[in-house]
Design a binder for this molecule. Structure first.
Ligand code: RB5
Length: 147
């Protein structure tokens, strides 16, 4: 798959480790994040990655800031984005299976690199289950139309 990755200044080492890991798994990785620890604004990265996913530039994406929350909130403002914060592997596979999340996010200040790799693997290995879950995901898209 072609996978986007975005991060703020709190998550440069984590971004590099996760990028390498996803490449080892055989994926193409596109870096939309920052590469220095100079303070930056996570909403800019979240929006950029959200638009890349919504426009089909990449198949899905990983977002990382201090907590994973701010950067995912920003991405979720883009129509068509379903970004989910995951701090454990159970959440990571369920957000794909039930919510068809097209972005996962986590916090570099919350999870360590090995846990983050497990989260990414759980998400990438999972498949959307459709059925009743598709009805609910469609309902989320309908909310966007009522904006
Ligand atoms: C940056 O200090 C921090 O606020 C950011 O990385 C993130 O945790 C926001 O949600």
């Amino acid at each position: 798959m072609k996978i986007g990755i975005g991060n703020d200044h709190t998550a440069v080492d984590m971004k590099n480790a996760i990028s390498e890991y996803m490449k080892e798994l055989g994926h193409e990785v596109v870096n939309y994040g920052v590469d220095t620890t100079e303070s930056c604004h996570y909403p800019e990265i979240g929006e950029k990655v959200g638009r890349a996913v919504a426009q089909g530039e990449v198949d899905c994406a990983v977002l990382i800031c201090g907590t994973g929350v701010g950067i995912s909130l920003a991405a979720n403002k883009v129509n068509g984005v379903r970004a989910a914060v995951c701090s454990d592997t159970t959440t990571a596979h369920l957000v794909k299976e039930h919510n068809n999340a097209n972005i996962i996010a986590f916090g570099a200040r919350i999870v360590g690199i090995e846990k983050a790799k497990d989260i990414v693997k759980a998400y990438l290995d999972a498949e959307f289950q459709g059925g009743r879950h598709a009805i609910r995901v469609d309902m989320i898209a309908e909310i966007e139309q009522r904006k």
